[in-house]
Design a protein around this ligand. Structure first.
Ligand code: DLL
Length: 445
């Protein structure tokens, strides 16, 4: 472990620390951020009455819309001159969001990412291939600082340019790799296209996140690369990557860095706290941030919490894999589905490749879901080497998928098999859903 004494704190100790840090955070935002002062006053909360972790439940929520209204620097709790770094998220679903970091925030974040990489199996001295995008997106620089902090040889490859990535992996022999699961999957194809087997590299572990992915995708990635694949979670509004990560030992839920973030799960409709084990919206309160503290930030991500001790020895609560984002949830004829749930079903069918896209349209008042999925090489071989969507064997696969989707998720979907490598590959976060019911908003950065 990178910070054993903090990662294994007894729960009572941890709660005490969180209480102290929560009080400091509330005091800080009350004094320094007019938006939070107003919100706290409207809720009748005097900052000096916030003393323990339980008090968090009395605080008002913060939403993405509040960030937009205070764009760009309105929620900073320090003078702009003290902000040494700005990050942001692309705003594919609306306006961009901007976040800031002081020197001390960057220092904490580097610790958190170092902690995360060590939890995934990284060690000082490793060579670390970092394929998260560098720039305003937090993935690249966050993991970069973490790699350096842990004492690894960090290779800042960023996303894209697959053939160069393949050459660097071949020549440098990294032990660890990080990137979005969809991008690393497509990198495996580039390896294979160059006549090489990704399993022949010296990679041992992969740190994948920034987008929803399923257990089936974990199996595919582990199998393709011969690695242990772990899930990392984070969001720029809270800090970036390093908020939570699975341990390589158990791969059973993501340990939340609870000494820096207070996590809750709420019913998204009522705002009530839900008991551990129940799925709802994840809400985070930062406990140590200076430039951009957040009170009860509603992430829109759906997960459940588990506070049982893990066999790796870490005491921090674990969150489940993210089931999906509330705003990615599709409502198909009244049935709620998340794209990652469809992914699990499709990866169970060997004739289907792990490359897919969901197209949602509306006919009259009804939503229609079309699942486009690429045929696996094994199927093409069975067809005599040429892909022919009209072949009855393709029709049989589509039917089988349709039935499985209906059985597992209760949705009626049209399934279309596409030729291998015909769907677009991701350079970073995969775009899995084409929602033709809405007009597309274009990202600002
Ligand atoms: O994606 C930070 C990050 C970088 C996390 C690298 C992990 C690795 P944003 O661009 O602000 O930040 O996007 C945050 O991405 O609210 C989730 O909806 C989604 N997300 C992040 N990690 C996961 C994950 C980064 N492991 C948004 N599983 C979050 C599912 C994830 N969704």
């Amino acid at each position: 472990m990178f910070q054993r004494e903090l990662e294994t704190l007894a729960r009572e100790e941890l709660k005490r620390l969180q209480g102290v840090r929560l009080a400091e955070t509330v005091e800080r935002v009350y004094r320094r951020v007019p938006f939070y002062r107003r919100r706290l006053e409207e809720s009748g909360i005097q900052p000096n009455r916030i003393r323990s972790v339980e008090d968090v439940k009395r605080l008002p929520f913060t939403r993405k819309g509040d960030l937009w209204e205070n764009y760009p620097f309105g929620l900073f709790a320090v003078n702009r001159e003290e902000v040494v770094r700005i990050h942001g998220s692309s705003g594919t679903k609306g306006k961009p969001t901007v976040v800031g970091y002081t020197k001390r925030d960057i220092d904490h974040w580097a610790d958190l990412c170092a902690r995360a990489i060590a939890t995934a199996g990284g060690r000082p001295g490793d060579l670390f291939h970092n394929a998260y995008g560098y720039g305003l997106f937090t993935g690249g620089l966050g993991m970069h600082y973490g790699g350096e902090r842990l004492g690894m040889t960090t290779v800042p490859v960023s996303g894209g340019n697959r053939s160069r990535q393949v050459a660097l992996i071949r020549d440098f022999h990294p032990r660890g790799i990080a990137g979005t699961p969809s991008f690393i999957l497509s990198l495996g194809e580039t390896f294979a296209a160059a006549g090489e087997n990704p399993r022949d590299t010296r990679l041992e572990y992969g740190i994948f996140g920034a987008e929803p992915w399923s257990e089936g995708m974990r199996e595919t990635l582990e199998d393709t690369w011969g690695i242990d694949a772990v899930d990392i979670y984070g969001l720029s509004e809270v800090i970036g990557p390093g908020v939570a990560i699975e341990c390589r030992e158990a791969k059973d839920g993501l340990h939340i860095a609870e000494d820096h973030f207070l996590a809750e799960v709420i019913d998204p409709d009522t705002g009530e706290n839900l008991p551990d084990g129940e799925f709802g919206e994840l809400v985070f309160t930062s406990l140590t941030k200076e430039a951009f503290p957040v009170l009860r930030y509603r992430t829109g991500d759906i997960a459940a919490l588990n506070r049982e001790c893990c066999r790796c020895g870490r005491t921090h609560a674990r969150m489940s894999r993210i089931k999906g984002r509330l705003d990615d949830m599709l409502i198909i004829r009244g049935v709620n589905v998340f794209p990652s749930e469809l992914e699990s079903v499709m990866l169970g069918v060997e004739e289907a490749a792990p490359h897919y896209r969901l197209v949602v349209t509306r006919q009259g008042h009804l939503d229609r879901l079309t699942v486009e999925v690429e045929a696996a090489e094994a199927l093409v071989r069975r067809l005599g080497g040429t892909f022919d969507p009209g072949d009855p064997r393709c029709g049989e696969v589509c039917n089988r998928l349709r039935v499985l989707l209906k059985e597992a998720l209760g949705v009626n979907a049209e399934v279309i098999l596409r030729a291998p490598e015909s769907l677009p590959r991701s350079e970073g976060k995969a775009v899995r859903v084409l929602d033709r019911r809405k007009s597309d908003a274009s990202p600002l950065f």
